[in-house]
Design a protein around this ligand. Structure first.
Ligand code: G3I
Length: 495
């Protein structure tokens, strides 16, 4: 099969937006991560040719992928190669997405159902489809407690034997797809909800070090793939994401080859974490890339027009949380169509979780995603902007300032049509400000990023309502006021 070398590079979203025309011509293989110096990169001419071939193979332009390329990110889907015989499935996957993740066929049970006998056909088909259509491949996944082959059971092998087996697996698979896979989910779902390590066969028999080992083995087998740890319920700041953060920081400090964190984002409508963006930012501040790897937003069935609109607003929130952070390199939705989504099989009564419905029709969520990427949105039913139930205006007033200090008053108005409970306001300081003391709530600061949480008595912000808070801080230089605020992840206007 064709081996397509993949160059990894962190793309500045802002820079890409500034060079729209050039970005539209970017080969998808250029999208993505890596700050590593000195890596071998393939010739750009070859990549352009491959991408051009991919573009030519597509039935039509104007898919999500075109807007994503212009925005400097990738937009991906999970793909089941067994569905590719369905024309609508294959065409939709090709037209809309420029990143492909094998939904199941690169998992251990699929690749090595019998010990020592690798079955590559499914994974190869996914790679071929991606290459035929100028899409990058996210490899999923090398070391995961689930979907392991039946012969790989706890206690069947000594610890030393298991270590060798895992090493062989990682190196065989990463080696096989070296040059084809842009990023690997090297380790998937290593944590419990409380932040302790999941008691997988790997954790039990190999101990804490299995994650570092797996990353090193993967790097040895494929020096150019970006190496990720991937997990769910790490989208907001919580015990599990804190554990991931601490692990990532420690691995980097030890020189372990870790390039990114995958946030799966299997979400429930109405429950997108308000600190999603701040959470992404703190991982990026460690020097890592972040990808949203398995996005779906499920709702209780039946889907109604109102629920679909609310879901669209949630998709907007997730997309913006990524797009607002340079270093969040792309978003993958977990399936081409609701028709084959895993959700109804696992969450009884829930579904309709993807942007494209079971008849391949574009849902409000599709247009919401398109719009966040700079597209027009739905021309016949334009979304309200900001999404219904949200919207805000912020007035940021420096009331006092001296050589290294300042006092600020912030007034935030909920201009949406729904009351917000448990609201937070986030922003990024442009010139080295640090909050020393806040009132009417709590400000947590991570690098330049601030999340303000109001005191409990102010935690509800009615539609049209206003809240005021303030803080003292220190600054270096100009004390330039921040201009981009977000209320529960939705961008505010400033006055
Ligand atoms: O292939 C067999 C088929 O031969 C058999 O007839 C059928 C009967 O149930 O099962 C088929 O296997 C199913 C497989 O998907 C392929 O369709 C399994 O039952 C089913 O459990 C499996 O589900 C997958 C699930 O991972 C397994 O954990 C889903 O498709 C897949 O979307 C899901 O993906 C995971 C990510 O890898 C990791 N993050 C969570 C995400 C959702 O669970």
């Amino acid at each position: 099969m064709n081996r397509t070398p993949v160059r990894r590079r962190r793309l500045s979203v802002a820079a890409a937006l500034g060079t729209l025309v050039a970005a539209l011509a970017l080969p998808v293989g250029l999208l993505g991560a890596s700050a590593q110096a000195g890596e071998n990169v393939p010739g750009q001419a070859g990549q352009n040719a491959r991408a051009q071939a991919g573009q030519n193979a597509r039935a039509q332009a104007g898919g999500l992928r075109d807007y994503a390329a212009a925005a400097g990110v990738h937009i991906g889907t999970a793909l089941s190669e067994g569905r590719l015989g369905e024309t609508a499935y294959a065409n939709t996957a090709a037209n809309e997405f420029n990143a492909i993740t094998a939904e199941n066929s690169m998992k251990w049970e699929s690749l090595e159902p019998t010990r020592g006998s690798y079955q590559w056909a499914g994974g190869d088909r996914v790679v071929q489809f991606a290459q035929d259509n100028g899409a990058i491949v996210r490899g999923h996944t090398l070391v995961w407690h689930s979907q392991t082959p039946p012969w790989l059971t706890p206690g069947a092998f000594s610890n030393a034997e298991l270590r060798t087996i895992v090493q062989n697996h990682v190196q065989t698979v990463a080696g096989r797809y070296a040059g084809d896979v842009y990023a690997w989910d090297v380790v998937n779902e290593p944590f419990n909800e409380d932040g302790t390590r999941r008691n997988s066969i790997f954790q039990q028999q190999l101990g804490d070090g299995y994650i570092a080992d797996a990353l090193r083995w993967a790097r040895a087998a494929d020096p150019n793939a970006a190496l990720y740890i991937n997990d769910y319920n790490i989208e907001g700041i919580n015990a599990k994401s804190n554990a991931m953060y601490n692990l990532a920081r420690d691995l980097l400090a030890q020189g372990v080859p870790l390039d990114g964190i995958g946030m799966q984002a299997h979400l429930i409508a109405g429950q997108v974490p308000s600190d999603f963006q701040a959470n992404i930012q703190r991982f990026v501040d460690l020097g890592l890339d972040v990808a949203i790897t398995e996005l779906d937003i499920r709702m209780q069935l039946p889907a109604t027009a109102d629920k679909l609109q609310a879901q669209a607003a949630d998709y907007t929130r997730v997309m913006n949380a990524c797009l607002n952070v340079d270093g969040c390199i792309g978003v993958t939705v977990w399936g081409v169509t609701d028709k084959y989504s895993w959700v109804p099989d696992v969450f009884s009564g829930y579904g309709a979780a993807l942007p494209i419905d079971e008849n391949y029709a574009f849902k409000p969520a599709y247009y919401a995603v398109q719009r966040t990427l700079g597209g027009p949105g739905n021309p016949t039913n334009p979304p309200t902007d900001p999404p219904v139930g949200n919207g805000c205006a912020v007035r940021y007033t420096v009331s006092n300032q001296w050589n290294t200090g300042f006092t600020t008053s912030v007034t935030v108005t909920n201009t949406g049509s729904q009351a917000l409970s448990n609201w937070t306001l986030t922003w990024t300081f442009p010139s080295g400000q640090r909050i020393t003391q806040a009132w009417n709530g709590t400000a947590t600061q991570n690098g330049a990023n601030v999340t303000f949480t109001p005191a409990s008595w102010a935690s509800t912000l009615p539609a049209g309502g206003t809240a005021n808070f303030g803080f003292n801080g220190s600054h270096t230089g100009t004390n330039t006021a921040p201009t981009q605020f977000a209320l529960n992840g939705v961008a505010c206007t400033t006055a």
